[in-house]
Every structure is written in structure tokens, then in C-alpha cells.
Design a protein around this ligand. Structure first.
Ligand SMILES: *Cc1c(COP(=O)(O)O)cnc(C)c1O
Length: 369
């Protein structure tokens, strides 16, 4: 079986470094925030090309705090996309604001800038594009719209560590960028983790306050806040893994390039290669008709796959009160029906890539024939 991802083989490649870092934390007696987390924050801020990084316990918390720190709350509207993980929209709902959805563009599978202005109302406070699968949204027009209308722009970069847009790193283009370090992400902790990065002093300061119970002085709580702190062990593991991220990203991009080659003539939509955007392939997805039958055939052929995501946000039972229905976002709905994520991880061999691609081509041909 070709696995969808293989975290154990990554662990084997860095085991001595990770074990030392974790044992040092266990011996230190300091298990929450502390030196390993501060060290990781400094290095991740530098990696993203911004002044501040605030490490938290999940990517969802990073989104929640970025929105709160930008002053978003009840009565406000935040524009995002229906093709994302639930957390993007949940974080908006946590603030009391209302998520307003706009469709994705059929080529990049990210927010369609041409659809945004029609969704702006006097209540709109922010735009929250998602760099889906590691492909960055079209930031230049989105930043223009944000500037013109005085809106905050927050990047959901939870799948896009190290992705770039015209030379700028994901998370550094908007007012704030949010990352998840869930184990399966391109940079993953040994458990849950997240961070927000920003050049804005006010957002960084507010996010720091909100992640740790609103305390500037111990046991004096200036605002009603949260426990969103990062564990020291996760900071230590992430510190080790950050040094390997660029190498892993290059390996993912090489896997994607081989898939592109094997699948070029297969008659299916592949991840777009767009001038000026560096895709980091958290997910390598194709679009195929009869996706579920293709997936079944691949499974029989020993190839594990995923679907990101089968049900768009506006059709999720939990989002019924947003008031959308079937047909509202046709590009997203078609994508949700046809998208299929192929195995991808840095340690994947050329043989595994060729076998997975061959199985996919033969499944598509079988169903077409
Ligand atoms: C993973 C992810 C999140 C949430 O991150 P958690 O660390 O799981 O809370 C948010 N948005 C997107 C697009 C994600 O992929």
C-alpha cells in the first residue's frame, strides 16, 4: 500500500535531534511557553520575513486571535471561501462576526478576487483568503481591494508554510498570517500547534495578551481572554523541524513535478503552476469525473488517497444558519465533487510516485472506457 502520508519515515530521519530537544524540555521543568517556544517564534518570524510570531496551541486559535486582535467582533462581516477546512469559518464565528462566502477561481482553487467586491457591505471588516493545498491566493488584487475599502487582510496560511507570492512568504503579505502545526501539515508538531505572524506591533501585542489569559502582570487580567499557549515540547520539536522545512518543501515540489509529468496527458485538471507563485504542495490534488469510483479503484490498486474537501462550507450542516444552499458556489461545488488528493510526502520514492500515477491513469481510463 502506498500511504497518503508517512510521518514515521520523517521521524526516523530526524530522530536523534528531536529526542534530544524533547528530553531537554522534560529535564527543564518548564513545560508551557518558555525558551524553546520563544526561540521558535524568533526563527519562524524570520523565516516568514516578518517582525513578530506569536505561538499558540492550534491553527484555529491563531485564526481566532488574529481576527480578535484586528478588532473583529459581533456585527462585523468577514469574507472568506467555501472551499476550506471548517476551522477558517469556525474562527470567524467564535468572534461573533458573520462569515460571508465568495467562490474560488477554477484555476488556482483559491479565493476569486473578481467575486470579492460584490460581497462587501458596510459591515465588512476583513478578507480571509485561504492558501489552499499550499497554493497562495492571488494576493495583489486582494490587497488592492482591502486597501481601497479599508479592510483588514488575514491570510489562512495553515497549509502554506514557506509558499511564496512574487517573492514574499505566505503570512507576510496581509495584516497577519495564521499557521497550523498539526502533525500532518508541512511543518508539524508532535501534537497540536499553531502561530500567527505579523508586522503589526498592535496585532502581535494583542494576540500575546489574548493567548495567555489577558495578563500583563501575573494574576491581573486586563481583558477576558483564553488559554491558547503553546507547549514547550511542541516549541522544541518545531525548532528542530524548521531547519528541515526548506529541504522537505523542495522534496514535495519534486514529487509534484513528477506527478505533473506522469499525468500531463491524462485529461484531468492538475494543480496550477502559476507565474510568480511558489506552491508548497501540502496537498497534490487532481480533478476527475466519477471521483468516488476512481478513488475506489485506486484503493484496490493499493494507493491511499484523501479528499480536501468533500463537503463545501456552505453545505455543511453546522453552517446551515449562514443561509446558503446548493448552487450558490458552482466552482466550489464542482471542485468538491471531483477533487482527489494523491499521496505526497517528502520521502516518497520515484517508484511510489510512478505507481500511484499509473494506477490513477488506468482507473480514469477504465471508467472512461
Ligand atoms: C489545518 C487547518 C486549520 C486549522 O488548524 P488546526 O491546527 O487544526 O487548528 C485552519 N485552516 C486550514 C486551511 C487548515 O488546513
Amino acid at each position: 500500500m502506498i500511504p497518503y502520508l508517512d510521518l514515521q519515515s520523517q521521524y526516523r530521519s530526524i530522530r536523534p535531534e528531536v529526542e534530544k530537544a524533547v528530553l531537554d524540555v522534560l529535564a527543564s521543568g518548564q513545560y508551557v511557553l518558555g525558551a524553546p517556544v520563544e526561540d521558535f517564534e524568533k526563527r519562524f518570524a524570520r523565516y516568514c520575513g516578518v517582525r513578530h510570531c506569536v505561538a499558540v496551541n492550534t491553527g484555529t486559535s491563531a485564526l481566532h486571535l488574529a481576527l480578535l486582535a484586528a478588532g473583529i467582533g459581533p456585527g462585523d462581516e468577514v469574507i472568506t471561501v467555501p472551499m476550506t477546512f471548517m476551522a477558517t469559518v469556525a474562527a470567524i464565528v467564535y468572534t461573533g462576526a458573520k462569515p460571508v462566502l465568495v467562490d474560488i477561481d477554477p484555476r488556482s482553487w483559491t479565493m476569486d478576487p473578481a467575486k470579492v467586491e460584490a460581497a462587501i457591505t458596510p459591515r465588512t471588516k476583513a478578507i480571509l483568503p485561504v492558501h489552499l493545498h499550499g497554493q497562495m491566493a492571488d494576493m495583489a488584487p486582494l490587497l488592492d481591494i482591502a486597501r481601497t475599502h479599508g479592510l483588514t487582510l488575514i491570510e489562512d496560511a495553515c497549509q502554506a508554510h514557506g509558499a511564496r507570492y512574487r517573492g514574499q512568504t505566505a503570512g507576510s503579505l496581509g495584516d497577519a498570517g495564521c499557521f497550523s502545526f498539526y502533525p500532518g501539515k508541512n511543518l508539524g508538531a508532535a501534537g497540536e500547534g499553531g502561530a500567527l505572524v505579523t508586522d503589526r506591533d498592535d496585532i502581535a501585542e494583542q494576540a500575546r495578551l489574548l493567548r495567555d489569559w489577558g495578563q500583563t502582570v501575573r494574576y491581573r487580567h486586563d481583558v477576558m481572554a483564553f488559554n491558547y499557549r503553546m507547549d514547550a515540547i511542541q516549541g522544541a520539536v518545531l525548532g528542530v523541524k524548521l531547519s528541515h522545512l526548506d529541504g522537505w518543501t523542495e522534496a514535495r515540489r519534486a514529487v509534484a513535478a513528477q506527478y505533473d509529468e506522469h499525468l500531463a496527458e491524462g485529461g484531468m485538471a492538475l494543480p496550477a503552476r502559476i507565474e510568480g507563485r511558489r506552491h508548497v504542495y501540502h496537498v497534490y490534488a487532481v480533478c476527475v469525473p466519477e471521483r468516488d469510483r476512481v478513488r475506489g479503484l485506486l484503493n484496490e490498486a493499493g494507493v491511499s488517497t484523501g479528499i480536501h474537501y468533500p463537503i463545501p462550507i456552505h453545505l455543511q450542516p453546522a453552517c446551515a444558519d449562514l443561509g446558503y444552499g446548493p448552487g450558490d458556489f458552482p466552482v466550489t461545488e464542482r471542485f468538491a465533487r471531483e477533487t482527489l488528493s494523491l499521496p505526497i510526502f517528502p520521502e516518497m520514492t520515484g517508484e511510489q510516485i510512478a505507481d500511484a500515477a499509473k494506477a490513477l491513469r488506468s482507473a480514469v481510463a477504465t471508467l472512461a472506457g
